[in-house]
Write a protein that binds this ligand. Structure first.
Ligand code: KIV
Length: 306
């Protein structure tokens, strides 16, 4: 855990909403870009206050907040609901909606229609989609429809099965070349930024001189223009196995279990609520109410009389 003073990155200034030119400028001037995922209103407020530059409503929400085993089952309606909640908590960071599996692969028309839903219905600024290949065409179509697109190469969880599981990608010359081809193609069709996930740092470093858009890494080493982590991973809201690249910055699950356990114990021991958590009533009003309860007319009533 860092011992640096906790000063939000935007403290003391009225931060301007993040824009695509500003992100490009950050890349050009070597200012690292901080991106995080969020899936609801409270996590959006945290990202806003902490001074994050980009917030991704990741399809990782399928696992972190919906409890699925992979990102595959989450659909458009669920993603839109999560994204709209995040929008309500954000003012400054760029908001990117992650296009879920099955929402863009079918055709350019399907991709554009669902990208538009992220913008119109959830208030996102941009969308993200995974892989190269046919996704390059989809990205081009969405960009042409006027919607900024973020690419995603390397470990692409929506197709993890085809990639041999959740493991580092590009560890042979051939596989690294394939990742580079995908990245260059996504850049060429107008993606404003791209995520490199779980690729060797040396592969990233070798590609960076050919990249002209901000590259955001997750398990791709320190040579990218920025980093992204899943909110629940970095705060340890979830438990169990995490990928090698995750650094825990807090122990929130533990803190939440401690808090709720203390509450349960207080309720059982009648320590909660106490005086400070209860409302008062003027004694004269209370006396009048007690008189009302003692009336004979009330005493003889059956439940059906009410
Ligand atoms: O869904 C997600 O959280 C992501 C990030 C890991 C980039 O795609």
């Amino acid at each position: 855990m860092s011992s640096a003073p906790r000063v939000p990155a935007n403290a003391g200034s009225i931060a301007q909403p993040m824009s695509l030119p500003r992100l490009a400028e950050m890349r050009e001037t070597g200012q690292p870009i901080a991106m995080v995922t969020a899936y609801d209103y409270p996590s959006a407020l945290v990202a806003e206050e902490a001074g994050v530059d980009i917030v991704l409503v990741g399809d990782s929400g399928a696992m972190t907040v919906l409890g699925h085993d992979s990102t595959v089952p989450v659909g458009m309606e669920e993603m839109l609901m999560l994204a709209a909640a995040v929008r309500r908590g954000l003012r400054t960071p760029l908001l990117v909606g992650d296009m879920p599996f099955g929402s863009y692969e079918g055709s350019n028309e399907q991709a554009v229609m669902n990208a538009q839903r992220f913008i119109k219905e959830a208030g996102c600024d941009a969308v993200k989609l995974e892989r190269g290949g046919a996704s390059v065409d989809r990205a081009r179509a969405i960009v042409r429809a006027g919607i900024p697109v973020m690419g995603h190469v390397g470990l692409t969880p929506q197709t993890a099965t085809a990639l041999g599981g959740y493991k580092a990608q590009g560890r042979t010359g051939e596989r690294a070349s394939q990742i580079a081809e995908d990245a260059f193609a996504l850049q060429a069709v107008g993606c404003f930024s791209i995520v490199f996930e779980a690729v060797p740092a040396a592969v990233t470093d070798a590609m960076m001189p050919r990249m002209e858009i901000p590259v955001i890494g997750i398990g791709a080493g320190g040579g990218t223009d920025g980093q992204v982590l899943v909110f629940h991973d970095l705060l340890a809201i979830n438990t169990g196995h995490v990928a090698r690249f995750v650094k825990r910055y807090a122990a929130i699950h533990e803190a939440m279990v401690d808090g709720v356990s203390d509450y349960v114990a207080d309720v059982r021991e009648k320590r909660y609520p106490d005086e400070t958590h209860t409302y008062s009533i003027d004694p004269a009003e209370l006396a009048g109410f007690e008189e009302y309860l003692e009336q004979d007319t009330l005493a003889g009533k059956s439940p059906w009389d009410w």
